[in-house]
Design a binder for this molecule. Structure first.
Ligand code: NAD
Length: 577
């Protein structure tokens, strides 16, 4: 499929590697190429990110989210594989913006791989400097899970999207989305989860997408039900489904700004309006109105400045259309792509922020309790291993109805892409001194040790998590104490997870909101059934969600302060407050 995808700008990444062509995804089974499962997990997850079933444009090393890459160049990819195969159990490999740059003796409990992607010093931390360096092959856009080798396809984001829309339903309608119509944009790597997340919540979704091939891909993978030939056809079908209370999703091949304006012209007001086009990147992510995809791709190559202006003009119209529909009664929220920030910064429109971001609106209460998108992948490649973990998580948390409902829905409706994997939101809440995340990870480790799961499971998460991001237009928008832009927290998160013994730890700039707008960290722990894995899991799955609790308690959120009381989280300054 990759040769059908639009080409990104030439960043001199070279021709796809022969090794990648041979792998075509993660190696599976119980035989390993590396010295141990920790190194093997890194090799499999890197290749899983670049599986044509998983990545949006693997021949360009692009995994998702505009130009989020897994390695800086094909040569760097080959070098990373060589290093991982040679890496000992007492060594640590350093990867700087997708290129291996060093390997040092450390110790068994230390991370095997440390990754830093796309980071620039404050004054130079903008797209202009980034693109200059990228064109010279000196830096790479790592997005969030692309450059940290934790992306698992659209299935990775689906639960977060499902949870967000479920919370919106509870807050706005005291129910699910039955009979409600959601209008949105983007059917790419993560945005493609939107139609399925809407229908899982029993609602109706109309999605605008400029690229016909992306629409096809979502139809093929059952994330989307139908494609309409025109907006009128889509509106008619959507209204009929909403009236009948039937879940339904439909795509229209058009620019989202044009679609929202056309809706207003027809006096059609969707119940909910949001967007997940790659607006964080005005050059390589968002498509301007008035051009076909091919014309826009040509313009990007021939006249990038004109492209950027056209793209920002469309974004301004896009924001105006959202504000218009909001005024006419739609529930409007930005879905983490920095659309509002772009229009405020480049068009001086402060009213762009007159509709909220999804984190303060729907997610922050969960962050306060350390809840976030825990995800795990079966390194065996065997779906039965994930089904065993599904049973384990529901056995472990029988009182958690929404978790059980989610696992049932995911088993029915979410197809695996690449390595079989699963996501669910678990938090800090403790029982017998163990957090939810630690209890579940330890149970998986036992199942691997007992041979009930055929090969190790690697546990990781989205960078979007409770205590791992500073992103004033998204995860830390409108913090209670005004600390939206304080970036000490993700750095502490990464340092602490190294100290706790995570197997891969990464720190990135940019991600879903673009260069200079966010810093965030991630980690992986490999559960191979050993005592060492249990020790690491117990520590990391306490420190990692614990960062979310203390970060929000420090900002003064009552739910987080309550969690520190209930779960005995030490907060040194609390008693002096
Ligand atoms: P992607 O680049 O894979 O997909 C974006 C899609 O939008 C592409 O298919 C593209 O053709 C389409 N598109 C671009 N401009 C358009 C326009 N004007 N009209 C209609 N279609 C257009 O990226 P992705 O992984 O799907 O992520 C998209 C954006 O959403 C990113 O900015 C990402 O950070 C954000 N996002 C945030 C969250 C979150 O906060 N949890 C979740 C998912 C995505």
């Amino acid at each position: 499929m990759s040769e059908q995808e639009p080409a990104s700008t030439d960043t001199g990444i070279g021709e796809p590697s022969d090794e990648w062509r041979e792998y075509r995804g993660a190696p599976t089974g119980t035989d390993i190429e590396c010295e141990g499962w920790r190194q093997e997990a890194a090799l499999r997850m890197l290749n899983n990110n670049l599986d044509p079933e998983v990545a949006e444009n693997p021949e360009d090393l692009v995994v998702y989210g505009g130009t989020g890459r897994a390695a800086r160049s094909w040569d760097a990819y080959d070098a990373i594989l060589d290093e991982l195969r040679e890496l000992g159990d007492e060594e640590t490999l350093l990867v700087q913006s997708g290129k291996p740059v060093g390997r040092f003796p450390t110790h068994e409990r230390a991370p095997r791989v440390l990754i830093a992607n796309s980071n620039l010093v404050g004054k130079w931390d903008d797209w202009e400097h980034f693109h200059e360096l990228e064109a010279e092959g000196k830096i790479m856009y790592g997005q969030m899970t692309a450059g940290s080798w934790a992306y698992i396809g659209t299935q990775g984001i689906i639960q977060g999207t499902y949870e967000t829309l479920a919370e919106l339903g509870r807050q706005e309608y005291e129910s699910d989305l039955e009979g409600k119509i959601v209008a949105t944009g983007g059917l790419g790597g993560m945005s493609g989860a939107q139609p399925l997340a809407v229908t899982m919540n029993r609602g109706v979704c109309i999605a605008a997408e400029v690229d016909a091939r992306r629409i096809e891909r979502r139809l093929e993978t059952d994330y989307l039900m139908e494609r309409a030939e025109s907006l009128d056809e889509a509106l008619e079908a959507a209204e009929a489904a909403a009236e009948a209370g039937e879940p339904y999703s439909v795509a229209v091949e058009m620019n989202v700004a044009d679609m929202l304006e056309a809706m207003a012209d027809r006096e059609f007001v969707p119940d909910i309006v949001t967007d997940q086009t790659s607006a964080h990147d005005e050059l390589e992510g968002y498509y301007p109105s008035g051009y076909t995809v091919a014309e826009a791709d040509d313009l990007r190559e021939s006249d990038p400045e004109r492209y950027v202006e056209a793209s920002l003009d469309t974004m301004e119209r896009h924001v105006d259309a959202v504000l218009d529909l909001q005024e006419r009664g739609a529930v409007a929220f930005e879905y983490g792509n920095n659309l509002r920030g772009q229009v405020e910064e480049h068009r001086g429109r402060e009213d762009a922020f007159d509709f909220p971001g999804f984190v303060p609106a729907y997610i922050r209460p969960m962050f306060c309790r350390g809840r976030g998108p825990f995800r795990w992948a079966a390194l065996s490649g065997d779906p039965a291993d994930i089904h065993r973990t599904d049973e384990a998580v529901t056995e472990l948390f029988p009182e958690n109805d929404s978790l059980t409902r989610w696992i049932d829905l995911a088993q029915e409706q979410v197809s695996f892409q690449g390595l079989p994997s699963r996501v669910c939101w678990l938090g800090y809440e403790t029982d017998d001194g163990l957090t939810e995340r630690a209890r579940f990870a330890l149970r998986i480790n036992e199942l691997v040790a007992e041979g009930e799961i055929s090969a190790p499971i690697v546990v990781t998460r989205d960078h979007l998590d409770a205590g791992s991001v500073a992103s004033p237009h998204r995860e830390t928008e409108a913090m209670k104490d005004g600390t939206d832009a304080v970036a000490d927290w993700p750095i502490l998160n990464a340092l602490l997870n190294c100290a706790a013994g995570a197997d891969i730890v990464s720190v990135h700039d940019g991600g879903g909101v673009g260069i200079g707008n966010a810093l965030h960290a991630n980690n992986h722990v490999v559960l191979d059934g050993s005592d060492l894995a249990a020790e690491k899991a117990r520590r990391v799955f306490t420190t990692d969600p614990g960062m979310g609790v203390i970060r929000h308690a420090d900002a003064g959120y009552d739910e987080a302060i309550d969690e520190t009381d209930q779960s005995d989280v030490p907060v040194p300054m609390r008693d002096r407050r």
